[in-house]
Ligand binder design. Structure first.
Ligand SMILES: Nc1ncnc2c1ncn2[C@@H]1O[C@H](COP(=O)(O)OP(=O)(O)OP(=O)(O)O)[C@@H](O)[C@H]1O
Length: 125
């Protein structure tokens, strides 16, 4: 593979990824909810003037949850495609994928509390 083919391949890959990200945001209610929460947290970041480090951690939390939710959606799609009928193992696979998102969501919520509680306490003191 020469350099030109390599670069064209990478550019096409980015295009497919953009298409996938748009499809996720337009069609998946769970991603839409998380995107709205991400926007609210971004506004909160400006309102409370959080530090650069806090911005970085917050961005990683928002991006982490949304990308994991995307993977969960993909796993659900594969599961439904390969076995549309009810099956105990499909249920377990879907539960585990959803559990992974849940763990990240709980972690991000704790991070959010650690970042914002001191600002809120300061606001009312
Ligand atoms: N084919 C199946 N066989 C067994 N259990 C299933 C099956 N499909 C879904 N389930 C059970 O229902 C739960 C919800 O599955 P579903 O595919 O509706 O995901 P969801 O959480 O509603 O996803 P989303 O809201 O992102 O579409 C699963 O976690 C699983 O426990």
């Amino acid at each position: 593979m020469n350099l030109k083919q390599f670069i064209i391949g990478r550019i096409k890959g980015v295009g497919y990824a953009f298409k996938g990200a748009f499809a996720l945001i337009l069609s998946e209610p769970s991603i839409q909810v998380q995107a709205i929460i991400g926007i609210i947290m971004t506004i909160a970041g400006f309102v409370f003037n959080i530090t650069r480090l806090e911005w970085m951690i917050q961005c990683m939390c928002i991006g982490g949850i949304m990308s994991l939710e995307g993977l969960n959606t993909a796993i659900e799609g594969i599961a439904d495609f390969i076995h549309p009928e009810f099956h105990e193992k499909i249920g377990r696979i879907k539960d585990i994928a959803a559990g992974a998102v849940f763990i990240t969501a709980i972690t991000a919520s704790i991070v959010g509390l650690i970042i914002y509680i001191p600002y809120i306490v300061e606001l009312f003191s």
